[in-house]
Design a protein. Structure first.
Ligand SMILES: Nc1ncnc2c1ncn2[C@@H]1O[C@H](COP(=O)(O)OP(=O)(O)OP(=O)(O)O)[C@@H](O)[C@H]1O
Ligand SMILES: [Mg+2]
Length: 347
């Protein structure tokens, strides 16, 4: 035992262990005793890799280092002692020739913070994926319901019963698609980027809302026609504005007024980026306002204050606006709810 040669490492804050050419422990410093919850005396002469349930791959790398007399660094090492939490480590392995010692290894515990950060990152990624899934399902569910419903109506009007075979095919296939949706096999649509006139978007939304709520909803327009086109995905923007306007119409139970208003905005910061020029689109309604209980969460998926609502409309709208590097905000009180969509106009 050449413990004496390593006594200088006793004061080191970094865990250090010296192994002989059979990977047996010759020396373990106090920081190492603490890190691995081992006493030097009890492990002296024992195989280091064998102390860990998952030590074998590391042992192989150590043997290789010995054979090549070449050190290595492992930034992402996990070692687990039986009945202990896994240790997440950073290590530096150096071949030495000090008495019987052949390898010197220093270990640093990767800060717990770092681990938490990685986990949080994974979780965020996971959340993002799930959101994507929900948005997609939401997008497909609506037309699918329409297809199925229309086929049913058509079937009732058919005077030749043999034609029912076809409507049944439509209905059954729509049902099958609905089931498939849950398993999500369809890839996300790629954006189609091109010049978009915001007033065309507004007009399209107006037409759709008036068709959906033919009685009782009035739509006022206040457009700044000097606004230039923006670059973006027209369909996504229509969907975003439609989701907001449809919520307004639904909140007013189909009776009330919606105003679509556009303005130029200069020198604004959107999503942490400063823009010289942006456009502001307001969708204002004179309905009851957003229920206080959900006001702070309405952009989150599955938050709904509406009977039969899935709570995805605004999540989707926000996602689409963010794709355009814009922001969507809301101000609401009984009698006046204003959704404001800001979109950058400069590159
Ligand atoms: N203009 C508005 N006035 C009052 N409440 C609103 C308004 N817009 C949204 N809300 C509230 O915010 C909730 C969330 O809206 P969101 O569009 O995300 O989901 P949803 O309309 O419930 O369901 P989905 O759009 O997925 O069919 C609504 O259920 C409603 O309670
Ligand atoms: Mg909605």
């Amino acid at each position: 035992m050449s413990t004496v040669s390593f006594s200088g490492l006793d004061l080191l804050a970094t865990a250090a262990v010296a192994l002989d050419d059979g990977l047996r422990i010759i020396y373990l410093n106090p920081a190492g005793e603490t890190l691995f919850a081992l006493s030097r005396r009890s492990v002296s002469g024992q195989s280091f890799p064998e102390l860990f349930a998952d030590g074998q791959p590391f042992g192989e790398k150590l043997s290789q280092a010995l054979a090549d007399t070449r050190g290595f660094v492992d930034q992402d090492l996990i070692l687990t002692r039986a009945a202990h939490e896994p240790l997440h480590l950073n290590c530096v392995v150096t071949p030495v020739e000090v008495g019987a010692a052949a390898l010197l290894i220093e270990f640093r515990h990767i800060e717990q913070q770092l681990r938490i950060e990685r986990e949080t990152q994974r979780l965020t990624q996971h959340e993002a994926n799930r959101e994507l899934i929900r948005n997609l399902v939401h997008e497909i569910k609506n037309p699918l319901g329409g297809i199925r419903g229309s086929a049913q109506l058509l079937e009732r009007e058919l005077d030749r019963p043999d034609l029912r075979e076809y409507t049944q095919v439509i209905i059954k296939e729509a049902d099958r698609l609905q089931v498939l949706m849950d398993r999500l096999l369809t890839p996300h649509r790629r954006p189609h980027i091109g010049p978009v006139n915001i007033h065309e978007v507004c007009e399209r939304v107006r037409t759709l809302i008036l068709a959906e709520f033919p009685e009782g909803i009035r739509i006022k327009r206040d457009y700044d026609t000097s606004l230039p086109d923006l670059r973006g995905d027209r369909e996504q923007l229509i969907q975003a504005v439609l989701n907001v306007a449809r919520n307004a119409a639904q909140a007013m139970s189909g009776h009330g007024e919606i105003e679509l208003r556009t303005r130029v905005a200069r020198q604004v910061t959107l999503a942490k980026t400063r823009h010289k020029l942006a456009l502001e689109l307001q969708v204002v309604d004179n309905g009851p306002g957003i229920p206080a209980a959900i006001h702070d969460r309405i952009f989150y998926p599955l938050v709904s204050g509406r009977e039969g609502g899935t709570g995805l409309g605004l999540t989707l709208a926000q996602t689409f606006v963010q794709h355009h590097h814009g922001v969507i905000e809301v101000e609401s009180q009984p009698g006046r709810t204003c959704f404001r969509i800001m979109l950058p106009l400069d590159e």
